[in-house]
Design a binder for this molecule. Sequence first.
Ligand code: MG
Length: 274
Amino acid sequence: MNSPRRTSPLQIRRGLAIAATLLGGQLLAATPGPTAATPTPRPEDTEQWQPVPPTVTPGSTETAPPSDAIVLFDGTALGDWVAASDHTPARWPVHDGVFTVDKSLGNIETRREFRNYQLHLEWRVPPGIDGSGQARGNSGIFLASTGPEDQGYEVQILDSWQNSTYVNGQAASVYKQSPPLANATTPPGTWQRYDIVWTAPVFSKEGTLATPAHVTVFHNGVLVQDHFALKGETRYIGAPGYTAHGRAPIKLQSHHDPSAPISFRNIWVRELPD
Ligand code: MG
């Protein structure tokens, strides 16, 4: 039986030397001289063909969920939501294809946890609401909930139709951090929509902040937060700050002001890559 032919180290070195000589010659031959023209750039040089983005079928209306959305409320039940305090099934009342805050029951949050996502949510302040400032239609969406009360990152929900308050606390503000770029609020009794892109903060293994959270918000189609870098979790009192966390639920606020409770409908989310 013939043994496989072995290549000696000397042969390898010779081979490499020959290859280097040939390659060097090619490189020299290919190197343009001082008078040679620079190759003309081609359109193809800057075309990217892979990977091909997934196909997503848009919703049939402006607000209908696209084909890859996780629907968090479709008008029938709150099965995807739990009480933030004890994770028992959410009991805010569902009626007429919407659900309404029950201020006696506290905040609710999603069963699922998320990191980065696109979110659509619709909310309505009841017609004839009274109160003023922060005490008129106050709720909020916490883009990552880090505790049962108001821990996390709140985009404010409030009746900001002809209702002044501190601007970093009006509707579509990142609460106490960033006023909206415009007040796109419509009157009480109308349905309003938020479309939000949330990029969660990144923490090191040691728990220090590596990258802050960012948020982009459209309110009724108007850009109101433009890739805002959050200073930390939003706080009613004191400076914002970060505490390391991972995936987190999305939470809706039951605010304790005495005004009539607001309602929600049509909530869906599309998870985005880390
Ligand atoms: Mg609020």
